[in-house]
Design a protein around this ligand. Structure first.
Ligand SMILES: [Zn+2]
Ligand SMILES: [Zn+2]
Length: 462
């Protein structure tokens, strides 16, 4: 899915995690928010800006450390940061705090890598990216938008000297004729045009390319091939193209669990769905729930998918939050499906996410910006929760949003998504234990981007 969402912001929800129990002075002092964050100034240092002078070390201490792959420390962790990079991390008893360092200590908390949102639509709302930054999202990919549309965000980051977020852009979707979202697409009428669009976007700075579902198969294959030639990942919103064929051809990743709909439906139902969507793009909003409600996730079609997934290990960005249906939800306008079918369709989407995970797919996290059951800027948190209700462990969900997400970024993600010496200092500290209770991810206490502390109180209300 993409854009064209109604701008129904949840208003200025007071964000408890960002405003409770912190003194005005602490906010001013460290740009920090969150109950009980303690700043210990060990020397007269540049701690007012939350950033040491070049060469000065910053230290973050918390009882627990999730390093992007696993919970690595439970009895006192220390991370040492200098010049935007992590220089040491581990148990506090093993890692010395350099003399003169600015120390941020958070009790009853866990330090983890900054989260990476792989499905963020900026639209005309650059402030949303900054609000998400205050929620711990230190990097995002916008999977289908003209690169120049991000200029206002870049300008604001520069003018206000903000620390991040990191932007990973793709350029517009490459779609076929009758594009689903004309404003966010380039139309390729044949494989040669598709190939040229890849080169144009990569030349302009795209670090991944997104295939859109009306692109004919031969053109989609040409995109995958051109991406391989340029060394950038390819990703796709499929629905009416068969995921199995494109994964087999080397597609790096897939956006939306619904991209697998026609790969798990019976061939007859899949073809009906394809024809309906080809005739009218809008039919997929009902059609995908009907397709999933009927799908047999143990049937021959699904088993053929699992076999390919196990062999090729694609990244899967399920974006469950944008499809979430709860039994009490009111039916969308114009829907002809029963509430029960929609609920069942969503349940199967979650189930398929789990099956793909079990069969070796590399699950990542995409929040999708504005989703039915999350407040403003909270879609990534909701996605993480839904990954766990789908059946992933909380720790696997965190991995999806950190080290695995960084891997899907390709070359640009090399130093992201992990806490280890040499990695970028994009960090997050939350109250509690998100590796066992994922909702703790909402209890943001400290966000650091490229070694600089983020002003949660200011950005968290944008
Ligand atoms: Zn999409
Ligand atoms: Zn989208």
């Amino acid at each position: 899915m993409t854009a064209r969402r109604t701008r129904q912001h949840a208003g200025k929800r007071s964000d408890d995690a960002c405003t409770s129990g912190v003194s005005r002075r602490a906010l001013l002092a460290g740009g920090l928010a969150g109950a009980g964050v303690m700043l210990a100034r060990r020397t007269a240092g540049a701690w007012l800006s939350g950033q040491g002078a070049p060469g000065t070390a910053t230290v973050i201490e918390a009882p627990r450390l999730f390093d992007g792959l696993r919970i690595a420390v439970t009895d006192g962790a220390r991370v040492v940061i200098r010049d935007g990079s992590i220089v040491a991390a581990g148990r506090a008893v093993d890692v010395a705090a350099p003399a003169g360092a600015t120390v941020t200590r958070a009790d009853d908390a866990t330090v983890l890598p900054g989260l990476i949102d792989l499905h963020f639509h900026i639209e005309e709302d650059p402030a949303m990216a900054l609000r998400q930054l205050a929620h711990g999202i230190t990097a995002f990919r916008d999977p289908g938008e003209w690169i120049e549309v991000h200029e206002p965000l870049r300008r604001r980051i520069k003018e206000e000297a903000l620390p991040g977020p990191r932007l990973f852009l793709t350029g517009p979707h490459i779609d076929g004729e009758g594009p689903a979202y004309p404003a966010d697409s380039v139309v390729a009428r044949d494989p040669e045009e598709a190939r040229r669009q890849v080169h144009r976007a990569v030349d302009q700075g795209a670090t991944a390319i997104k295939i859109y579902f009306r692109l004919p198969l031969a053109s989609a294959l040409a995109v995958i091939e051109a991406c391989q030639a340029r060394g950038v990942p390819s990703t796709a919103h499929l629905e009416i193209l068969d995921a199995r064929e494109l994964i087999e051809a080397g597609l790096t990743g897939l956006e939306h669990i619904t991209s697998f709909g026609t790969s798990v439906a019976s061939p007859m139902q899949a073809e009906r769905y394809r024809q309906a969507v080809l005739a009218n793009n809008a039919t997929r909003s009902d059609g995908r729930y009907a397709l999933f409600a009927d799908a047999d996730l143990d049937g021959p079609e699904a088993r053929r998918l699992y076999e390919i997934v196990t062999r090729k290990r694609p990244f899967v960005d399920a974006t469950l939050a944008v499809f979430e249906v709860q039994p009490a939800d009111t039916l969308p306008k114009g829907s002809t499906l029963s509430a029960a079918t929609r609920v069942e369709g969503f349940r199967k989407m979650q189930m398929l996410t789990r099956r793909l995970h079990e069969h070796g797919a590399r699950i990542v996290m995409g929040g999708h910006t504005e989703v039915p059951h999350a407040g403003r800027g909270e879609a990534p948190w909701r996605e993480l929760e839904l990954l766990t209700t789908a059946g992933l462990s909380a720790s696997a969900a965190l991995t999806a949003a950190t080290s695995t997400a960084a891997a899907f970024l390709g070359k640009g993600g090399a130093d992201l998504g992990v806490i280890r010496p040499g990695a970028a200092a994009d960090l997050l500290v939350v109250n509690g234990q998100p590796d066992t209770d994922i909702s703790a991810i909402r209890r943001t206490r400290v966000v650091m981007a490229a070694g600089r502390l983020v002003d949660l109180a200011r950005l968290g209300t944008l």
